[in-house]
Design a protein around this ligand. Structure first.
Ligand SMILES: [Ca+2]
Ligand SMILES: [Ca+2]
Length: 518
């Protein structure tokens, strides 16, 4: 072979190999989930409290992997894991000590890989909390910055020689005095803010996000994004720079196909739900109307009816979450009234927006005996009627268990009928079966006294939802439904008659769902 031909031949091999490698890389990046998976219902899971696999009393990734069928049975399409990265707090996990490793309490990276594979086999996507704004005080970068003002890591955090004055974030001074200066800590001295104007910090987060994306994570819940960048003592919340930077990270995540981002932005969720910022954001403000509506408060029913007429449908709805500022567990919000409980659940599971169920909500779990504040709502999952362990661990649970474990636990709920579990499952079955409910339009929304009615449409599919929060049955005329239309009862599947025409009799405290057929 002549040398030029040999060169040509060798180049052919190199280019061919490169093409194969690129194809394999893209194949690897390809989502294992169906397009649109992120419109199904999510479960928010605090791994520490979900299921312990090794008897140390602390929930872990293996325990969660063993519980995936349980989630699938309910109709769950996504899981949000509160932080599973190594943390210094050894509790909620938001004080990150290592952005690229699993907390030893929870297991290993291999356990994470198994969880992702097993979830995908069941058509369930997994997103995880990622904390951009701060690290733990015990993070090696901060420890370095703290002890050595000449360290390059000094520029990774917000240090000032002189203590800035006039700052007040939620009633406290966020500047913390240390031996060699003062550092900014929006969420308390144990969680110092990163200097997010430093390109090296941004690059570090980009690489950390890629680290998890390359391992197969399906997206992120981005924590506290309106706090990424502060300008001065007055202009510290939700600055334009924070929105821009959040959009930058979202674009990076979505450069991988079929990924999902949901942001925590308490003050302006509708803005953060925009495609150029997060795409998804929690519908803060709606959650505190849901239990009120369930109790029949007309003003709250009106607000619920209006909400999605003026809000992006990519918002994420919920009744409660892991933070007590968003309310107690739903059980405690309605004082154990299961009729109101179901009305609250139906309210947000059938509306537009992606529903996020807080673990335990689907079995009516109450708050933890004898605790207050956040620990009250973050108790071990009630698997069985065991007053010591709740079936959560073979050892001693790290935290006291739920106050109603003897009456409300997964084992009994799944064996029974006509209870909270079966209600949640029925709602999710409807949502999963009907594209109009998972991502259709929101039309003719109306609150008539204590009755909420609306339609969801997608293509030829038209679904009518009627929720009567009142103690009296009533008769009403459905807006936007032809007086000759046929209404086929979808829920309840038993005991509800198909209807002809737009005039409907609505039982007291009931949920009815119909398919509108011409
Ligand atoms: Ca464990
Ligand atoms: Ca910040």
């Amino acid at each position: 072979m002549k040398s030029s031909r040999l060169k040509f031949f060798l180049w052919g091999i190199v280019l061919g190999a490169a093409a194969v490698a690129t194809a394999l890389y893209l194949e690897d990046k390809k989502s294992k989930l169906q397009e649109g998976w992120q419109h199904g219902a999510f479960m928010e899971i605090f791994v520490r409290s979900y299921k312990d696999s090794n008897g140390d009393g602390i929930g872990d990734l293996k325990g969660l992997t063993q519980s995936l069928d349980h989630l699938k049975d309910l109709g769950i399409k996504g899981i949000w894991l509160m932080p599973i990265t190594a943390s210094a707090d050894r509790d909620h996990g938001y004080a990150t000590r290592d952005f690229r490793n699993i907390d030893p309490d929870y297991g290993t990276l291999a356990d994470f890989d198994t969880l992702i594979q097993e979830a995908h086999k069941r058509g369930i996507g997994v997103i995880m909390d990622y904390v951009l704004n701060h690290s733990a005080k015990e993070h090696p970068f901060f420890e370095e910055a703290l002890k050595n003002p000449q360290s390059p890591y000094r520029q990774w955090y917000e240090w000032r020689d002189e203590k800035p004055v006039g700052w007040d974030i939620w009633g406290r001074d966020p500047w913390v005095s240390a031996a060699n200066g003062n550092y900014l800590a929006t969420f308390g001295p144990h969680m110092p803010d990163f200097n997010m104007r430093n390109p090296e910090v941004v690059k570090y987060h980009e690489d950390s996000l890629k680290f998890w994306l390359d391992r197969g994570i399906d997206g992120f819940r981005l924590d506290a994004v309106p706090h990424l960048i502060e300008n001065n003592a007055k202009d510290w919340n939700d600055q334009p720079e924070s929105r821009q930077l959040t959009g930058h990270f979202t674009r990076l995540i979505k450069s991988y196909p079929n990924k999902y981002v949901v942001c925590e932005a308490t003050a302006e969720p509708k803005i953060y739900a925009r495609e150029d910022i997060c795409g998804g954001a929690f519908a803060f403000g709606l959650e505190n109307q849901i239990a009120k509506a369930a109790k029949g408060e007309a003003e709250a029913i009106q607000k619920v009816a209006q909400y999605y007429t003026q809000a992006p449908h990519t918002l994420a709805s919920f009744a409660s979450n892991h933070d007590q500022f968003a309310g107690k567990r739903l059980w405690d919000q309605v004082n154990g009234n299961e009729v109101q409980y179901k009305l609250a659940a139906a309210t947000y599971l059938l509306l537009p927006g992606t529903p996020f169920i807080y673990y335990g909500e689907e079995i009516g779990m109450a708050g933890v005996k004898g605790l207050t504040d956040d620990p009250f709502i973050r108790g071990p999952y009630s698997w069985q009627a065991n007053e010591t362990t709740a079936g959560f661990t073979a050892g001693q649970p790290y935290r006291a268990i739920s106050g109603n474990v003897s009456t409300h636990h997964a084992q009994a709920q799944k064996a029974g009928t006509d209870n909270l579990w079966s209600f949640y499952r029925d709602m999710l079955t409807l949502r999963n079966a009907r594209v109009s409910l998972s991502k259709g339009s929101y039309e003719s929304a109306k609150a008539q006294a204590q009755v909420l009615t609306y339609q969801r449409k997608a293509g030829q599919e038209n679904t009518v939802v009627v929720i009567n929060y009142g103690l009296q049955p009533t008769t009403l005329t459905l807006e936007g439904v032809d007086h000759q239309a046929s209404l086929r009862a979808l829920y309840p599947s038993k005991g509800a008659a198909n209807q002809k025409g737009s005039t409907l009799t609505v039982p007291a405290q009931s949920v009815q769902v119909f398919a509108v057929e011409k």
